[in-house]
Design a protein around this ligand. Sequence first.
Ligand SMILES: [Zn+2]
Length: 224
Amino acid sequence: MSTIHRISRFGLMNAFLVDEDDGFTLVDTMLGADQKILGAAAGLGKPIVRIALTHAHGDHIGSLDALKAALPEAEVSISVRDARLLAKDMSHDPGEEGTFKGDYRGAKTTPDVLLSAGDRVGSLEVVAAPGHTPGHVAFLDTRDGALICGDAFATVGAVATCAKPAARFPLTGFGTWNRDLALESARALRALDPTSLAPGHGKIVTGPVAAMDAAIARTEKALA
Ligand SMILES: [Zn+2]
């Protein structure tokens, strides 16, 4: 009954096609993956009508321009805050400290919709999950409690937060801007009691709550 189809490159980098009555919402685009994503949607027999982005890192937005060229009608959305990073505006908001880390290659595509917490993209509810990037969001499927968490958690080898580089997959940790904020967001996402966890990197984990608790506890110990 899952409504979320995972599309993966190398088993490590993901995008998701979320079933809706009018077509698919694509969450994240990977990098160099436009043909793979278009092929997957065609194979499943529905058009991509929305493209929603968890954050502005290159491995999540890298195929956006090519997809928007192929799908000019698709509605593109990203958080208000990360829209500036998508436009390669690296300026800080008041109170933001420290260098933004990771690949901010930006995109030419101008988002159609700027998201805030509580907004809806189809059946997905926007959940604020800042820390990895300042405007990182997760998407909660209100139909079944599945959580598309972007880089707030990764599941390569084991479920891990992005608040510290994980032993098995340190990339998301290296790309994290604010570790304390990322840990707070990990706790907030855990508090949603998701039925499954669909990350930017790694497999979809069903019944993820105990593993999220363990990941949070490991992170708390490491950051203490
Ligand atoms: Zn990232």
